[in-house]
Design a binder for this molecule. Structure first.
Ligand code: 26Y
Length: 812
């Protein structure tokens, strides 16, 4: 294909001419992007075919990672990096007068996810391919991804994200692999002649699931796995049936639209389960297409069903694809005619489940009537599972009605998806040590007592290829200059940097690299927002979904407090600080939207007040996304990880920021605890209540936010500014809801309770930042320990403990 620059340039200009009909001299940046993408896709193609052939020939066990979300971001840069041609292509394009990074900016993010859970899935795919493991993603090809966020007058407004309008160059439509998915109708039972019941499914609607395959390129290894995204289309048969019933063209088009609408858009909620019918349809559509397709591949091997779980692992990313369990049962029972016990054994030994949250409002349940009407056969199977499970519990705990009721899959007219997932799988894992402990000791305690061996911890990770090697090339270069290149394949070797923590030239260069990143980020911010930020100020970064428990409000109140201090002449000799926010709020989440409005107001006040704006600036970046994160993170000095302890299952932004040399200010929550374990108290700023304290308050009460308000003058003043006349309220009642959440409703997330210790930790940061050399050492120590949080480590552990996958070694 191309392996050196001149060859690349020739192939590239040929591509431009043949596919787009333009000469390099006349090409736009978008032309360049498309031609380059197409050339790269050609290069990927060969490895892709070979990899799949090899998996088949060698009968490798394969894992299918089922997820309603894959937050992939852009693929061009990452593919070039993993193919090891990034620099060559960059030089080649530069010869033609183009900058690769500008060409990369032509790509629309594939934003098929809300946040952490979706991005984790994307990092996992990168690690699977890079570790030469046979693993594929199975998701939905939403026509509209995560909404496009705009601020109008400081309020969030959501616009559709029409990401496919410019064509998604990486996908390959595979109509020949389409699958039929059935909904509605009813099931009748009949004796099959040999004394057994047979189930006949009638009057259903059929949908056509068409896969679009996206290659997932491994790092420097020829492996190309697949992310398979399913799209809903009507079937010809279905259209004909409708035509026979009523020959009305408009009705027909409406019917067609309603079928296609199943894969229309991503639900923009990441913590509130609304139980919408369309969402359940989406879930079943994903599950049925994916499981049928996995079964079809297995059947090509011509092996007995008893070896299914030796060949296939089905992993569910939270409960959203939990219907994998009854769907596989359905196929085995009704189509392959296995008996219940045999089918159950196969299913259970094949499926594994990751839990990502203990927030009760995020736990999925579906009304029984809805499931029964939409998926009658699936519902029967869930009922039977529940029946058998409850009977087995009865044997172990005779008479213990309470226990059995609390574990049942169906209870109070609802199907409990977490219960279904636990009962139907052989492995359940949390995503950080604390989270797994909370699952075992509290949220899923009775299940843990019933199935103690099924529960394990798998602390999340992030791919250092995207988040360090690609996002922060200056830092990568610096690291390699000092410890060689091996960390790229073995990120745990970043600890070699520890031996150099006293090397002044390394520390100085680290400072320079951060400064350089801050400057280029500042330029970008200026271009995008018109705001000029001072790159010698501390860049303090809070980027994640907007949620009460993530406590953007705590950060905001602290900024208001700093403003007050400066205005009243009480400010210490503080290092200038720029606070950056990036966050989307779920469209119906009123509180979160008010916090956005408040931060935008603070930004407006602070940035335009000449008394303070040399020391303080606030920038709320619009439309936070993966590609934006790749710009911010390398420039960050401070990483805000300030969730109410016990609430953040893991967090992964914390790992990305640490890897890029930011120091964490954080609560002892999620993976912050594990970061703290490796870097130590000297290299991280912890504050606030511990999870056991918070959990005790929730259980026993005893917290009064009003008391804190009454005793802390700083808090009283700041909160009063929300409702009384102040620069922030401008005399409006806008922020009354926030005030009420904190005082009238007793501050569910302990913002006021943690305020004082947060302020103290922030002051410590201010002091420490002045000791430049020492600060750089802390930063270096964070980078050095970040290899522990590479998703390669995480995936290695899933592969050996949960999926039992073998590495394929023979491709190179
Ligand atoms: C049911 C529906 C409303 C729903 C949709 C998406 C519920 C939850 C979600 C997404 C949850 C999520 O992103 N959780 C995050 O997962 C990350 C990866 O494990 C964790 O790092 C993070 O702490 C957790 O909040």
């Amino acid at each position: 294909m191309f392996s050196e620059k001149e060859e690349f340039k020739k192939a590239f200009s040929r591509k431009l001419q043949a596919e787009l009909g333009v000469y390099v001299e006349n090409a736009t940046e978008f032309d360049i992007y498309r031609a380059l993408g197409s050339l790269v896709q050609d290069k990927i193609g060969e490895g892709w075919l070979q990899t799949q052939q090899q998996y088949k020939d060698k009968k490798e066990k394969q894992v299918y990672y089922f997820s309603m979300e894959f937050l992939m971001g852009r693929l061009l840069g990452n593919n070039l990096l993993n193919l090891q041609v990034l620099e060559m292509v960059e030089e080649g394009l530069s010869d033609y007068g183009f900058s690769l990074s500008r060409i990369e900016d032509q790509e629309h993010d594939a934003g098929l996810g809300n946040g952490g859970l979706g991005r984790l899935a994307a990092c996992f795919l990168d690690s699977l391919a890079s570790l030469e493991l046979p693993g594929h993603g199975c998701g939905l090809r939403y026509r509209y991804g995560m909404f496009d966020q705009r601020f109008m007058n400081g309020y969030q407004v959501e616009l559709p994200d029409n990401w496919l309008s410019d064509q998604f160059i990486w996908e390959v439509r595979r109509p020949e692999e389409a699958i039929e998915v059935k909904f509605g109708g009813h099931v009748s039972t009949a004796n099959n002649g040999s004394g057994e019941l047979a189930f006949r499914y009638k009057n259903y609607n059929t949908l056509r699931a068409v896969p679009y395959d996206v290659p997932v390129v491994g790092y420097n290894n020829e492996v190309v796995n697949t992310l398979r995204l399913w799209s809903a289309e009507p079937t010809e048969k279905d259209i004909l049936t409708v035509a026979k019933q009523q020959n009305d063209y408009t009705n027909m088009l409406n019917h067609q639209r309603s079928l296609e609408s199943i894969s229309d858009f991503l639900y923009p909620d990441d913590s509130t389960d609304e139980g919408k019918t369309l969402r359940l349809k989406q879930e079943y559509f994903l599950v049925s297409s994916g499981v049928q397709s996995a079964v079809r591949q297995f059947e090509q091997l011509e092996l007995p069903w008893s070896s299914f779980s030796n060949q296939v692992a089905l992993h569910i990313n939270d409960t959203h694809p939990a219907l994998v369990i009854p769907e596989l049962m359905r196929i085995l029972l009704d189509e392959k005619e296995l008996g219940w016990e045999e089918a159950w054994e196969v299913t259970q030994s094949t499926v594994s489940y990751t839990n990502h949250t203990t927030l009760s409002e995020a736990l999925e349940t579906w009304p029984v009537d809805l499931v029964r009407n939409l998926l009658p056969r699936i519902f029967m199977i869930i009922e039977e599972m529940n029946e058998r499970f409850c009977q087995s519990l009865w044997k172990t705990y005779p008479g213990d009605f309470d226990r059995i009721a609390s574990l049942a899959i169906i209870a109070d007219g609802q199907v409990k998806m977490a219960h279904l997932s636990i009962v139907g799988s052989h492995s359940i894992n949390g995503v950080a040590k604390l989270h797994t402990e909370i699952l075992k000791k509290r949220e899923m305690k009775t299940f843990f007592e019933t199935f103690p061996n099924r529960f394990t911890n798998k602390t999340n990770g992030i791919t250092h290829r995207r988040w360090l090697m690609h996002a922060n090339r200056p830092l990568s270069q610096l690291i390699s200059d000092h410890i060689g290149e091996q960390w790229k394949d073995h990120p745990e070797q970043l600890t070699d940097l520890l031996a150099k923590q006293e090397d002044p030239s390394l520390l100085d260069s680290l400072y320079d690299v951060k400064q350089q990143n801050k400057e280029s980020f500042a330029n970008w911010v200026h271009k995008e927002t018109g705001i000029m930020v001072d790159s010698s100020s501390i860049f303090d970064v809070h980027i994640k979904r907007l949620h009460g428990y993530k406590r953007q409000l705590l950060n905001a109140l602290h900024i208001m407090h700093l403003y007050n201090e400066i205005k009243s002449g009480h400010a210490r000799n503080m290092v200038p600080r720029t606070f950056f926010f990036g966050a989307k709020a779920a469209p119906g989440y009123h509180f979160a939207k008010k916090v956005i409005k408040l931060i935008n107001r603070i930004s407006d006040v602070v940035n335009n007040d000449t008394d303070v704006n040399e020391q303080l600036n606030v920038v709320f970046l619009e439309n936070y996304s993966v590609s934006m994160a790749e710009r911010i993170i390398p420039a960050a000095n401070i990483s805000e990880q300030i969730s109410t302890a016990s609430k953040e299952a893991s967090g992964t932004g914390n790992m990305k920021l640490m890897m890029n040399g930011a120091l964490t200010i954080g609560t002892l929550d999620g993976a912050n605890i594990e970061i703290n374990e490796v870097v130590g108290d000297n290299n991280m700023y912890t504050f606030g209540l511990r999870s056991n304290e918070i959990l005790r308050y929730y259980k026993e009460g005893g917290y009064s936010s009003k008391e804190v308000y009454d005793t802390d003058e700083r808090i009283r003043h700041t909160l009063d500014q929300l409702i009384h006349y102040s620069p922030f309220s401008k005399g409006e009642t806008e922020f009354k809801d926030l005030y009420d959440a904190l005082l009238t409703y007793n501050d569910e997330f302990f913002v006021l309770k943690d305020f004082a210790s947060y302020v103290e930790a922030q002051q410590q940061i201010d002091d420490d930042y002045k000791q430049t050399r020492e600060w750089c050492r802390k930063s270096l120590i964070n980078i050095a320990h970040s290899g522990k949080f590479s998703s390669d480590q995480t995936i290695q552990s899933y592969a050996s403990d949960i999926w039992r996958l073998q590495q394929v070694k023979t491709l190179r």
